[in-house]
Design a protein around this ligand. Structure first.
Ligand code: GLY
Length: 240
């Protein structure tokens, strides 16, 4: 099947699905190599069509009802890890947290004041607000140390170049991860060093911007690794 994830706000009683994403877990292009924490993702992916959205809604309703019956009503963000097999949505797992790099493509699209959302979740009044999200497509690419998710110790401490310049490009946001700042310079301090997020009216625009911005960045000694095919499934779907 094909993986997707749904992000759901819950207040113990009611819920609202605020977005969908598709992560790319393998380290190399073509979904090859070992699993990672996530090499990049797309929001909202085309695999999540009307029928899948409807199925997720029904799964979530059953989940909330089940939790309540068991006396474990849940409030906060729920991450539904799902899989689509021949048009049917299945649950792989639930995480009681945001995803990473999924949060980076979903949170920027939320137009409603985040404090109002948190207050509604905490006070069990999610029904009284409608969380508005924009319609933009976002794509994130994880900038990694060469060697990740294996041994990247030789890359640790090396300087990261071009990040500040890339951040200033239109429609680009960069989130630091395994990175350390010393005065105005940036250094590697982890496997996934940063997540670059680009937004656009569709996947084509977002992807073009994301990869143009990635071109500006490197790690000393040519030690930057990132996938060059994030969003490939949606690109293939557009060709059909
Ligand atoms: N990106 C996968 C996760 O956060 O679990």
């Amino acid at each position: 099947g094909e993986e997707f994830s749904a992000f759901v706000l819950c207040d113990g009683e009611n819920f609202q699905i605020i977005g969908y994403a598709q992560d790319h877990k393998r380290v190399y292009d073509g979904d090859q190599g070992p699993n990672t924490g996530g090499m990049g993702c797309v929001s909202n992916p085309l695999i999540v069509n009307k029928s899948i959205k409807y199925q997720v809604l029904s799964i979530m309703q059953k989940t909330m009802d089940g939790l309540r019956k068991e006396g474990r009503s849940y409030s906060g963000i729920l991450y539904l890890g799902g899989m689509v097999v021949r048009g049917e949505a299945y649950v792989i797992e639930f995480n009681a947290r945001w995803g990473d790099p999924e949060a980076e493509v979903i949170l920027p699209g939320i137009q409603t004041d985040y404090l109002d959302i948190v207050v509604a979740v905490r006070s069990q009044s999610l029904k009284s607000i409608k969380v508005i999200c924009d319609k933009k497509v976002r794509i994130s690419i994880a900038g990694c140390s060469k060697g990740y998710p294996g041994d990247y110790s030789e890359v640790k401490g090396k300087e990261v170049f071009g990040l500040i310049k890339a951040m200033q490009l239109p429609a680009i946001t960069i989130f630091g991860a395994g990175i350390k700042r010393k005065e105005k310079r940036l250094f590697v301090n982890g496997g996934r060093v940063f997540h670059l997020v680009a937004e656009g009216k569709d996947i084509l625009e977002a992807r073009k911007k994301a990869y143009a911005a990635m071109e500006q960045i490197n790690i000393e000694g040519d030690n930057l690794h990132y996938r060059r095919d994030i969003g490939w499934r949606d690109m293939e779907r557009l060709k059909k």
